[in-house]
Design a binder for this molecule. Structure first.
Ligand SMILES: [Zn+2]
Ligand SMILES: [Zn+2]
Length: 258
């Protein structure tokens, strides 16, 4: 009962500030809370996330052991939504990549095209890593080391700009915008923005004509180093990465749900 009251007060919900409307938009967990418990029970029983496969075909890379090791746990999200025909569907997402994978059957993928990401990211990332090894070969404080460090910083920044350009967010007013248009101009865009469960699920819904009724996000695995997230705990969408974009993403949803 206490959990339910918490949900009503929107302590566990998707929320963000919408610059167009000049106010916050929210989507409480609602039915997604119950649906999250179904997912938790499956994760607990199966110990893996490739739930589309029979147990004997399971891939060790998708075992939940990964979440209890050095990489630590991860946020999982569940969305309950209605199709245009009025059918209720449940969709699931994990935050960021799972053990290096963006796409796993049965889970909503990233909001960008993963092939496009690989094209922009992989070569540059290799170059940046190689540069790191060169930097280490020079004495600390040497001119060469300084120059290479500046070069690496600039390359990383450029890569981040190129990666952010892959994100085209759609909302429930039918608008599409990039991260740089949505974020307040005086705010830097944190790494991993758009990769949390809430944005992934909302993007999927907006693109596929679904009307979300609720989203819940919970943490599964070894607690974060700071202890801020605990195994099995429900949490609202994050402040740093999600709050600035979820206002835009949720815009128009309330009107649609009426
Ligand atoms: Zn987030
Ligand atoms: Zn709005």
């Amino acid at each position: 009962m206490q959990q339910y009251q918490e949900l009503n007060s929107c302590e566990t919900c998707c929320l963000g500030f919408c610059r167009q409307c000049g106010r916050e938009h929210q989507l409480p967990a609602g039915a997604a809370y119950q649906a999250s418990h179904v997912l938790m029970a499956e994760l607990q029983a199966e110990g893996r996330i490739d739930l589309h496969l029979p147990a004997e075909e399971a891939d060790a890379r998708f075992s939940t052991d990964y979440l209890f090791g050095p990489a630590r746990g991860k946020m999982f999200g569940v969305m309950v939504a209605a199709t245009q025909a009025g059918k209720i569907v449940t969709l699931r997402a994990f935050s960021g990549q799972y053990n290096g994978f963006w796409e796993i059957p049965g889970w909503v993928g990233p909001m960008f095209d993963p092939d496009g990401f690989r094209m922009v990211h992989d070569d540059e990332e290799r170059k940046i890593k190689a540069l790191g090894r060169q930097i280490d070969a020079w004495e600390p404080g040497s001119r060469q080391r300084e120059e290479l460090t500046v070069l690496r910083r600039n390359m990383s920044r450029r890569l981040m700009v190129d990666i952010h350009a892959l994100y085209r967010l759609k909302n429930f007013c039918g608008q599409v915008a990039g991260l740089e248009e949505i974020f307040p101009p005086d705010m830097g865009i944190p790494t991993g923005t758009g990769d949390c469960c809430g944005p992934k699920l909302l993007q999927y819904a907006a693109r596929h004509g679904l009307t979300p009724h609720g989203i819940a996000e919970f943490y599964w695995g070894r607690a974060t180093a700071s202890g801020s997230r605990q195994h099995g705990g429900f949490y609202s969408s994050c402040r740093g990465k999600c709050y600035p974009i979820l206002g835009f993403m949720l815009c128009g949803l309330k009107e649609r749900r009426r």
